[in-house]
Design a protein around this ligand. Structure first.
Ligand code: XLS
Ligand code: CA
Ligand code: CA
Length: 435
């Protein structure tokens, strides 16, 4: 059965095209700095919002009805949804997808039955992957929706719930391996707290580290070679999420000797919720060898929660791609559209418009960033600004051969420093000339 019968293959038609169902900028084969756009951007579609999202919000149930979502048999729905998903990936022309175990297959009464169901759906996914030449960017487990996880998964006060979460991680890792996933992700669903009046934060964090170490060990046991990611987020659903931001995750990973096993998945909307720019979180990761993958979405300037909207801002995508390109680009990671169409966007075609727009805006970001990098204007400004450290007294400080006394002597001899403008407005104007 065809689930999107009104949609043909989406193709690149160039900037003059007025066809809303065509790319104006994303030309998967076009080479930029020696690599195709597809290889630079590594687009992925997320299963949860795109195929399981119904538009429900705290004020009302879903508004979105899909033709692959109607059957009395939950396993039939799971199969139809998987078929629809691969039709969507193929028509859109993305190479990757991402999923949670519970998105692709419904939970049953017992873990055993649940896992049997998962195996069945994973088998179908594997076939569809190879039939359509689509790959898995990452898999993960949903250990936050079921009521058993109301007080967290790895950080739950109950070891019984911890063990349940660990069992889910085990199975989700096995499936991710089976599907050839480039990575396995940990997002701290309800790993956080609502009040310290009932929370032993120290102990909970120790337990989280134990769970991650178990996963590291099991990864070795089963010979899964994918990369592990942690995805920072500062709040929502809990008031305080433990994986607050990239800096916080890094401190945690270092404390528990896990840093060499993990990289981070940076989501734009989570960066801004944490009070950082998307570019800041990316740069922090790059500077610390932590950049894994990206959840490409955006928040809303006026709303303080995780709106998970599709990216539309060329300024943001230019800065993000500039930062990513400067670091050498993605290896295992890519751009996963962890984004949902709005509650009123109820047509299947809206899913295509959303993704086409997002892919085009990242393609434009990539082209702008490549020009910025080739021209090297910003690189030169930064080099120049720090040139004082390359030799003379600056080099002495960097080599740690000068102390406070030497600094004092230097000032006594040289007096007041000569100040230089930071030229921010000049640089912002140059940036705008690329956009
Ligand atoms: C929720 C997160 C989640 C992760 C995967 O805010 O973005 O969707 O990406 O569990
Ligand atoms: Ca995400
Ligand atoms: Ca989000």
């Amino acid at each position: 059965m065809e689930y999107f019968p009104n949609i043909k293959q989406i193709t690149y038609e160039g900037t003059d095209s007025k066809n809303p169902l065509a790319f104006k900028h994303y030309d998967c084969r076009q080479k930029i700095l020696g690599k195709t756009m597809a290889d630079h951007l590594r687009f992925a579609v997320c299963y949860w919002h795109t195929f399981k999202g119904t538009g429900s919000d705290p004020f009302g149930p879903g508004t979105i009805v899909r033709n692959y979502n109607s059957s009395d048999d939950p396993m039939r729905i799971a199969e139809m949804t998987m078929e629809a998903a691969f039709e969507f990936f193929t028509k859109l022309g993305v190479d990757f997808w991402c999923f949670h175990d519970r998105d692709i297959s419904p939970e049953a009464q017992t873990l055993k039955e649940t896992n049997t169901r998962l195996d069945k759906i994973a088998k179908l996914a594997k076939k569809l992957q190879s039939d359509n030449n689509i790959k898995l960017l990452w898999g993960t487990t949903n250990a936050f929706s079921n009521r058993r996880f109301m007080s967290g998964a790895g950080t739950n006060p109950s070891p019984h719930v911890f063990a349940y979460a660990a069992s889910q991680v085990k199975k989700a890792m096995e499936i991710t391996k089976e599907l050839g996933g480039a990575a396995y992700l940990f997002w701290g669903g309800r790993e956080g707290y609502e009040t310290l009046l009932n929370t032993d934060m120290k102990r909970e964090l120790e337990h989280l580290a134990i769970l991650l170490q178990m996963a590291v060990d099991y990864k070795k046991d089963i010979g899964f070679n994918g990369q592990f990611y942690i995805e920072p987020k500062p709040k929502e659903p809990t008031k305080h999420q433990y994986d607050f931001d990239a800096g916080n995750c890094y401190a945690f990973l270092q404390k528990y000797n896990l840093a060499k096993h993990f990289k981070l998945n940076i989501e734009a909307n989570h960066a801004t919720l944490a009070g950082h720019s998307f570019q800041h979180e990316l740069q922090f990761c790059i500077d610390n060898g932590l950049l894994g993958s990206v959840d490409a979405n955006r928040g809303d300037l006026f709303l303080g929660w995780d709106t998970d909207q599709f990216p539309t801002d060329i300024y943001e995508t230019t800065l993000a791609m500039y930062t990513i390109l400067r670091s050498g680009g993605f290896t295992t990671g890519g751009l996963n559209f962890d984004a949902k169409v709005r509650r009123q966007s109820i047509d299947p075609t809206d899913l295509f418009h959303a993704h086409i727009g997002a892919m085009d805006v990242f393609a434009r970001g990539l082209k702008n960033a490549a020009k910025m990098l080739t021209d090297g204007v910003f690189e030169d400004v930064i080099k120049q600004r720090y040139a004082g450290w390359n030799d003379g007294f600056g080099a002495k400080i960097e080599k740690k051969t000068a102390g406070l006394k030497e600094c004092e002597n230097y000032i006594l001899e040289h007096g007041e420093p000569e100040l230089q403008s930071g030229r921010q407005e000049f640089l912002e104007n140059i940036l705008n000339s690329y956009i």
